[in-house]
Design a protein around this ligand. Structure first.
Ligand code: FE2
Length: 477
């Protein structure tokens, strides 16, 4: 893959929100995020809030006060120049000072104290958003500063921070034991034309614009826009389904070291992996979804698999994981206009018809759903449903500048982390776009991650490998 010189996507004046639009966008995003935070932290009792449900996760009450503490640090102190409310608690809620495993041992605020703190911070934050004068530069992305007139990005950063914790808290809900706490919402709409979709779509070769220099709330790791030459490749039209994954299991996928990378096989042995997290065998595959056991739904994207499992599956299918650049090109590049879109469907903001985001359904939609969200190449569900593992390590784009601090992205660069793209049903549209990058260790399974596979434009497709019918996942849902 060749890196070219920076060739930023064209930004028309209509792409840039006005200061007033950004102000109301920020306030609405913060209020919506808090509604979700409140739901996730009132759905369980006090004992459940302070309990650690998994060493991988914080007690929910830590998230609750940490959200308020970050909002205080950035909006009240940095933007609004207000005095600290509770400076003594800052170290307790500094994610870099205390790994998740040790957070239950800290002198945390009680649930009542955390809620009171959150209300107090929020009231002042909304006041600051209303009264801050924003510069045009600040409205159109990084203002160079987070204070005063440069605060436009800070509003978006804090809103994205809270919804990212809403996603983390949803993962905690999935890990907790005991009776279901979240009410099952309506299932996502099934597509009418899924059976007629091709197994894979072609993305022609050539340069495209990756990353962004124009998206107002894009984080440092999404910047700057730059041209990348991606050879033509084939990509699965939809994420890999439970039925396809069950066929991999039934074919001995977990028992054949030839299908796994050396590190992956070592991990598979050490961790005793035999199926996705939350799956169990009871005459057929059953999975527990937010406390409710259910037969694994064949045509839903597979969920809660680690990078090593995704990599092994792809090898079994005679394919590979897409690179991060391939994923973004499939999701954003419009060959007719020779430009990169904000989303697969275009530049317009998300709507519920375009992607499964925002914890509306609490499960992925069947493969092939959301025709209104299809990319120009024909791929579906690139945004929403499940995070998609890519083959790529988490690395900076050429011209990267750390912002607002090195711990945001820079300290994570390197081969330890693999990139995930596209967001999942637990992700808010505020923190999801065609350029958004997520990263995690290749062993992680508690995140809402699945994948799709790709192949280079050489040789023949092996994608016709079908479910044998003996996989433990019924063909019809
Ligand atoms: Fe955080």
């Amino acid at each position: 893959m060749t890196q070219h010189t920076d060739r930023a996507a064209a930004t028309t004046p209509s792409d840039v929100p006005s200061a007033e639009a950004l102000r109301s966008l920020a306030a609405a995003a913060l209020i919506a995020a808090r509604d979700r935070t409140t739901l996730l932290t009132t759905a369980v009792d006090e004992a459940d809030l302070v309990r650690q449900h998994s060493p991988l996760m914080s007690p929910l009450v830590w998230d609750l006060a940490h959200i308020a503490n970050q909002e205080e640090l950035w909006l009240l102190r940095a933007v609004g120049s207000r005095d600290p409310i509770h400076p003594e608690i800052d170290p307790i809620y500094d994610a870099f000072e205390h790994p998740r495993a040790e957070r239950p041992t800290l002198p945390l605020l009680t649930p009542a104290e955390a809620r009171r703190y959150g209300h107090e911070v929020r009231a002042r934050a909304l006041d600051i958003i209303e009264k801050t004068t924003l510069s045009a530069e600040s409205v159109n992305g990084f203002g160079g500063v987070l204070t005063g007139a440069g605060a436009g990005f800070a509003f978006g950063m804090v809103a994205q921070h809270e919804v990212q914790h809403d996603e983390t808290m949803l993962a905690t809900h999935q890990l907790r034991s005991g009776p279901a706490a979240l009410t099952a919402p309506l299932p996502p709409p099934a597509p009418a034309d899924a059976a007629a979709l091709p197994a894979e779509v072609y993305v022609p070769g050539g340069p495209f614009t990756m990353g962004t220099s124009a998206e107002p709330w894009a984080l440092d790791n999404e910047r700057p826009a730059h041209a990348v030459d991606v050879p033509g490749f084939w990509l699965d039209t939809t994420p890999v389904t439970n039925a396809a994954y069950a066929a991999f299991i039934a074919d001995g996928g977990y028992d054949d070291p030839r299908l796994w990378s050396a590190d992956g096989w070592a991990h598979r042995q050490r961790a005793g992996l035999t199926a996705p997290l939350f799956w169990s065998w009871d005459g057929g595959w059953v999975r527990t979804s937010f406390g409710v056991p259910e037969p694994v739904v064949p045509n839903e994207p597979v969920l809660h698999v680690c990078w090593y499992e995704a990599d092994a599956y792809a090898r079994w299918a005679g394919r590979r994981l897409p690179t991060e650049a391939e994923w973004e090109k499939a999701a954003r590049w419009d060959p007719a206009a020779d430009r990169s879109r904000r989303y697969p469907w275009g530049d317009a903001d998300w709507t519920p018809e375009r992607a499964n985001l925002g914890q509306r359904h609490l499960r992925p939609a069947p493969a092939g759903s959301y025709p209104d969200g299809a990319a120009p190449c024909g791929a579906r569900q690139l945004i929403g449903d499940v995070w998609e593992w890519t083959s790529s390590d988490f690395l900076p784009y050429p011209g990267f500048t750390a912002w607002p601090y090195k711990e945001y992205s820079e300290v994570f660069w390197g081969p330890e982390y693999k990139v995930l793209r596209g967001g999942a049903f637990g992700v808010s549209p505020v923190a999801c776009r065609g350029t958004f990058r997520n990263w995690d260790y290749p062993i992680r399974r508690q995140i809402f991650a699945g994948f799709r596979t790709a192949r280079s434009n050489t040789g023949r497709s092996n994608t016709a490998r079908s479910n044998t019918g003996r996989s433990g996942v019924a063909e019809s849902a």
